[in-house]
Ligand binder design. Structure first.
Ligand SMILES: Nc1ncnc2c1ncn2[C@@H]1O[C@H](COP(=O)(O)OP(=O)(O)OP(=O)(O)O)[C@@H](O)[C@H]1O
Ligand SMILES: [Mg+2]
Length: 241
C-alpha cells in the first residue's frame, strides 16, 4: 500500500444533507469538510441525532448529499446515477452494523459468501475466499454454524468477514461494538487494528471513548458539523498503553 498510503480516498467539501418529511425539512449535515487518506483509521463520535449515521450512509454511497461534493477514490460520487453508485459501493465499501445483519438461516460460511454470490463469483472460488475471510477473523472452525449458534462477538466477526470478502478499500462500521460486552469488543477492535495495519482504511462510529481512542483520528460531530476537538493521534500504540 506504500505508494497510495497518503492519497485522500475520501474528500467531502461543504457536505450538506437535508431530509424532507412531508412539509418538514431537517438539515442533518450542515457543511462538513473532511479528507480521509488511504490507510487512515478514523473514529466519528458525537451525541445521538448529531448526524453520524447520515454521514456514514453518504460515505458508503447508500445515500447522496443534498449539496456539496463527495469524491471517493478520485471519483465524483455526486455525478453518478443509481446503478453506478451501487457499483462503486460494491467495489469499494465494506459495511459492518451494530445489529450484525446476518441471515439467521444461513451458516457463517454462506453469510460470508453472499456478497460474492451477488458479484457472480463461481461457487468454488466463493467458498475458498469466504473460508479465507473467516480465517482472518479467527473463525475458520465456525464455518458450518448458524448465527444463532455463535456469541455476539463471533457474529460480529462473521459480519466483518462478510464485509472483507470482496476486498473493499474502505471498511465502514456504525457502532460495531454497541451490542457487545468488553471482551467481545476487544476481539473486534483487535481485528480492526490488524486490518488497519494491513493498510485498510477504517471509518467507525462509536459512543465509546475507549473504542474511539483506537483510531488515529477522531472527529467530533455535533448538530451536523464537525466541532473543535478533532484529535489526530500519532500512533495508536501510544493510546493503548
Ligand atoms: N430518513 C430520515 N428522514 C428524516 N430525518 C432523518 C432521517 N434519518 C435521520 N434523520 C434525522 O437526522 C438527524 C441525524 O440522524 P442520524 O441517524 O444521522 O444520527 P446519529 O448521530 O447516527 O444518532 P445515533 O447516535 O442515535 O445513532 C436526526 O435528527 C434524525 O432524526
Ligand atoms: Mg446512528
Amino acid at each position: 500500500m506504500s505508494t497510495a498510503q497518503h492519497q485522500p480516498v475520501i474528500q467531502l467539501t461543504d457536505a450538506r444533507k437535508t431530509y424532507r418529511t412531508g412539509e418538514i425539512e431537517f438539515e442533518a449535515l450542515r457543511g462538513i469538510d473532511c479528507e480521509i487518506s488511504e490507510g487512515e483509521y478514523v473514529a466519528i463520535v458525537g451525541p445521538s441525532g448529531s448526524g453520524k449515521s447520515t454521514l456514514m450512509n453518504i460515505l458508503g454511497c447508500l445515500d447522496v448529499l443534498t449539496t456539496g461534493s463527495y469524491v471517493l477514490a478520485g471519483e465524483d460520487v455526486e455525478q453518478l446515477d443509481e446503478d453506478a453508485l451501487a457499483a462503486v459501493r460494491n467495489k469499494r465499501i465494506g459495511f459492518v452494523f451494530q445489529q450484525f445483519n446476518l441471515l439467521p438461516s444461513l451458516s457463517a460460511l454462506a453469510n460470508v459468501e453472499l456478497p460474492l454470490v451477488y458479484a457472480r463469483v463461481a461457487p468454488n472460488e466463493r467458498k475458498r475466499r469466504a473460508l479465507a475471510a473467516l480465517a482472518r477473523v479467527g473463525l475458520a472452525d465456525k464455518a458450518p454454524n448458524r448465527p444463532g449458534e455463535l456469541s455476539g462477538g463471533q457474529q460480529q466477526r462473521v459480519a466483518i468477514a462478510r464485509a472483507l470478502v470482496t476486498e473493499p478499500t474502505i471498511l465502514l462500521a456504525d457502532e460495531p461494538t454497541g451490542n457487545l460486552d468488553s471482551t467481545s469488543t476487544e476481539d473486534i477492535l483487535a481485528v480492526f487494528d490488524e486490518l488497519n495495519r494491513e493498510g485498510r482504511t477504517i471509518v467507525l462510529i462509536t459512543h465509546e471513548h475507549e473504542v474511539a481512542e483506537r483510531a488515529g483520528t477522531i472527529y467530533n460531530v455535533t448538530d451536523g458539523h464537525f466541532v473543535d476537538g478533532t484529535t489526530h493521534l500519532t500512533h495508536m500504540a501510544v493510546v493503548a498503553e
